[in-house]
Design a protein around this ligand. Structure first.
Ligand code: CU1
Ligand code: ZN
Length: 186
């Protein structure tokens, strides 16, 4: 009798949890899944081949036509996203969670919703374009990374063009800065 009651409670809890989850998903209305980075994919901003570079990459999927844009770095994803004509659109965005994958060659199983991620700006770790934004799904992971590698932890919404440019000015050693800010087509 006591066991039955417990089972019922567990079942009820499971139903409740499921309901809570699907409720949450309804708000974000069926976001498209991330796609894999394939060899030969080019960065939408700087045009370079994405494969083989270290650090978190980004991708943006347009709501209307499901067009996928890929970025060599989280930095270039923000450089595109923060353009006035893109900033208010409801793109689905993915970046790598660097707590789940290797910095030198991020694995696509670690792609996470970029809008929910935390970013370390101004760390000593370099991405494909040099200074980049180290992305994490958990704030505690971002804090740990910042303790080890320096930089400031920011939420998605707190990131501005200034953060991208400050990072580049602070360590502009690789001569690719101009490429990064040069406009690709939208
Ligand atoms: Cu690049
Ligand atoms: Zn790029």
């Amino acid at each position: 009798m006591k066991q039955n009651k417990l089972n019922w409670l567990l079942a009820a809890l499971a139903v409740f949890t499921l309901t809570a989850c699907s409720g949450e998903e309804e708000q974000t209305t069926a976001r498209p899944d991330p796609v894999h980075f394939e060899s030969g994919d080019e960065c939408h901003v700087c045009g370079m081949i994405i494969e083989g570079f270290p650090g978190p990459k980004g991708q943006a999927i347009t709501e209307k036509d499901q067009k996928v844009r890929k970025f060599c770095s989280s930095r270039d994803m923000f450089a595109w996203l923060l353009q006035p004509e893109n900033v208010n659109r409801n793109h689905t965005l993915y970046v790598h969670d660097m707590a789940q994958t290797d910095w030198q060659s991020p694995n696509d199983t670690a792609l996470i919703d970029a809008r929910d991620a935390f970013y370390v700006v101004g760390s000593d770790r370099k991405g494909a374009m040099g200074p980049t934004l180290a992305s994490f799904s958990k704030q505690t992971d971002a804090n740990g990374f910042a303790t080890e590698h320096g930089g400031e932890v920011l939420a998605f919404k707190e990131i501005t063009m200034d953060h991208l440019n400050t990072g580049m000015a602070m360590h502009s050693m690789d001569g690719m800065d101009d490429m990064a800010t040069g406009n690709a087509d939208h």
